[in-house]
Design a binder for this molecule. Structure first.
Ligand SMILES: Cc1cc2nc3c(=O)[nH]c(=O)nc-3n(C[C@H](O)[C@H](O)[C@H](O)COP(=O)(O)OP(=O)(O)OC[C@H]3O[C@@H](n4cnc5c(N)ncnc54)[C@H](O)[C@@H]3O)c2cc1C
Length: 598
């Protein structure tokens, strides 16, 4: 298993130097989030993930969760590690002070989450889901429900889930069948079966708080008739502790490709007691709170997998001796050169490095937008942040997770045949990260959300705020000649991005399938251009820092070299996507269903 080292230096570069988190936090009134505090949290969380979570990653995968008559047991060491996580106060970091949290910014939590996800994707999902459940209850629950559930979710003694999927519906939640009937006391009785529920049952916490979508009899069919409920595994007793068992049971757990240490459960509700949150039939709307938090978290999984795989591949590439460099022997004392001398190995390593570092900047930027949406009082500033977040969340979710899969595949490839062997841990990274392209809305669904709903649906309005930001940066940075190698391609592609959008919009008026035919290429195109923007910004900070003098010049020189690699070897992928979009949907729809057989 590659030894994981939290990339604290790079995280600080992104948060402090690139995104000036000090100003950002002070502007939003997070007085406790000083630079010293940010440093300390990055350092301590790095240690925790390296020392407690990472050592359980491979054994957790091998052992997996076990199911026995409704009881789910997590792999050896998980319970103890979770307790250490709770004792260390990690679940409380960005939770409201009112319920026992530390009240620190959400973006700080996002940063340290990357470390947790790299160290142990399966483990990190348990608190990750609790976090989303808390956010939903916090945003939509009554004070009584908040008082009932949030203190325990905040301190981590209870965990949360998100129960949407049913056997016959995943993407199309409007078809759900779980029903919620009103009881005389104002609570509801929920009956139905949910599948694929992550962390749905386990032995880590004293109670499990399910956030469940269901239909109240008489509600409209489809997505307009969905309401949202809290259904605890144990009902809450008068003293606030877990009381009698509720009628919720785990029917089985899935045997799956990856994240084997995270229990994926069938959860049966059999007239289980539940509490409505939010308004009746506004369940999907309320769920968006959960989904936005969760989608950013899943995007982070892509970056985290890329980073972990890069670390393993880099160490191996420096060590493994095979063949000689084409440009002359580099290791005359050895029988062969280390494989890092070969251009193709460098192509793979630098693809991983440029996606991990670029993705880290992209995620940190989005997390700051989420902070603004969460606490900013100025209506206009909040609206601008909201529109950027709405546009960029599906891009980050799908683009970064697809690249997570690609980059973990490169990690295997760098190891050659050894990458295919379990012992090295590289194949686990790829198996674990594939799920990120599927849950929280598949890549195809994110792409439709981006192109259909966000971009064309707003008649291009949502693109404006981000396009203005990119345009302003390019204009200012182009005063510096050294920046032109980065700015010119962005300007070119930003213009093309708009043209492509218009072309699809026109074609869609003739044939609505054009949107579905173009959407994933459009999303990937948007992702590569967006990442180019963050790489250009990182190049600017690096050039400025080097010009001002620094005793860490090697770090900034390396950043510039990675930026150049991104622009030379990754960004040109947009041409392929643009050509596919240009060629339209006709060849995709030409086969009749029967003709697929021939
Ligand atoms: C390990 C694991 C953990 C999970 N955790 C949770 C959880 O905690 N809570 C929860 O509620 N769910 C969870 N899920 C479920 C997950 O969110 C769904 O599997 C996912 O949303 C896709 O739904 P589906 O599997 O029913 O696929 P379908 O909806 O049947 O989709 C199948 C394929 O068709 C495509 N497709 C469908 N409709 C369209 C369309 N209109 N246009 C283009 N393409 C389309 C999809 O992109 C996909 O490629 C989990 C799943 C797994 C495997």
């Amino acid at each position: 298993m590659p030894e994981y080292k939290a990339p604290a230096r790079d995280m600080k570069f992104v948060m402090q130097e690139l995104l000036d988190c000090d100003k950002h936090y002070q502007d939003l009134g997070y007085e406790d989030a000083s630079l010293d505090m940010v440093d300390a949290i990055i350092a301590e969380s790095g240690k925790f993930t390296e020392q407690v979570m990472a050592p359980l990653n491979q054994s957790g995968d091998e052992q997996g969760c076990t199911f026995n008559e409704g009881v789910v047991t997590t792999p050896d060491g998980f319970k103890d590690a979770y307790q250490q996580y709770v004792d260390g106060g990690w679940p409380t970091l960005s939770q409201p002070v009112e319920f026992g949290g530390q009240g620190l910014p959400e973006s700080l939590n996002t940063a340290i989450n990357e470390f947790a996800l790299s160290a142990n994707h399966s483990f990190a999902m348990y608190p990750g889901l609790s976090h989303g459940a808390s956010a939903t209850i916090s945003a939509h629950g009554t004070q009584e429900l908040k008082d009932m559930f949030l203190p325990k979710l905040t301190d981590g003694s209870w965990t949360g889930t998100m129960c949407l999927t049913e056997p016959h519906c995943g993407t199309d939640l409007g078809m759900l069948r779980t029903k919620a009937e009103l009881n005389e006391d104002g609570t509801y009785s929920l009956t139905g079966t949910k599948i694929f529920i992550s962390a749905g049952e386990h032995d880590l916490s004293g109670n499990i708080v399910h956030v469940v979508i269901a239909r109240i009899p008489g509600s409209p069919e489809g997505s307009k008739g969905i309401s949202l409920f809290i259904v605890p595994k144990f009902n809450v007793a008068e003293n606030g502790e877990a009381g009698e068992r509720n009628a919720v049971a785990c029917g089985s757990i899935e045997h799956k490709m990856g994240i084997n240490a995270n229990a994926t459960c069938v959860i049966n509700f059999d007239s289980a007691k539940g509490y409505l949150i939010g308004d009746i039939n506004r369940g999907l709307h309320c769920m968006f709170t959960f989904m936005n938090v969760a989608r950013l978290g899943v995007a982070n999984e892509g970056v985290a997998a890329c980073e972990a795989s890069f670390q393993g591949a880099l160490a191996y590439a420096k060590d493994r001796l095979q063949m000689r460099s084409l440009s002359g022997i580099k290791n005359p004392e050895g029988p062969a050169d280390p494989i890092i001398v070969h251009p193709d190995v460098r192509r793979m390593l630098l693809t991983q490095k440029s996606i991990a570092e670029g993705g880290r900047a992209f995620i940190a930027y989005l997390a700051q937008l989420a902070d603004i949406v969460h606490v900013e009082k100025d209506v206009e500033k909040k609206a601008i942040a909201d529109s950027k977040l709405a546009l960029l969340t599906p891009i980050a979710k799908a683009f970064l997770t697809e690249l997570g899969v690609e980059c973990t595949s490169h990690g295997i490839q760098v190891f050659g045949g050894h990458g295919f062997i379990k012992e090295w841990g590289m194949e686990q990274l790829m198996r674990d990260t594939k799920i990120s392209c599927l849950y929280e809305g598949t890549t195809g669904i994110q792409a439709l959300d981006l192109l259909g709903r966000k971009v064309l649906g707003s008649k291009g309005e949502l693109l404006k705020a981000f396009a203005t930001e990119v345009g302003t940066f390019c204009q200012e940075a182009s005063q510096d000649e050294a920046m032109l190698e980065f700015i010119n391609p962005i300007m070119k592609h930003a213009g093309e991005w708009q043209k492509i959008t218009q072309t699809i919009g026109m074609k869609a008026m003739q044939n609505p399938d054009e949107v579905g035919g173009a959407s994933v290429d459009y999303l990937m195109y948007s992702g590569y251009v967006t990442l180019a923007y963050f790489w250009a910004k990182m190049a600017k900070v690096s050039l400025d820092t080097l010009a001002n003098g620094t005793d860490d010049a090697a770090f900034y020189e390396a950043k510039l070299k990675t930026a150049r690699f991104y622009f030379a070897r990754i960004l040109p992928r947009v041409h392929g996507h643009a050509a596919c979009i240009e060629n339209g949907v006709d060849t995709m729809m030409a086969h009749s269903v029967d003709e697929f057989e021939f």
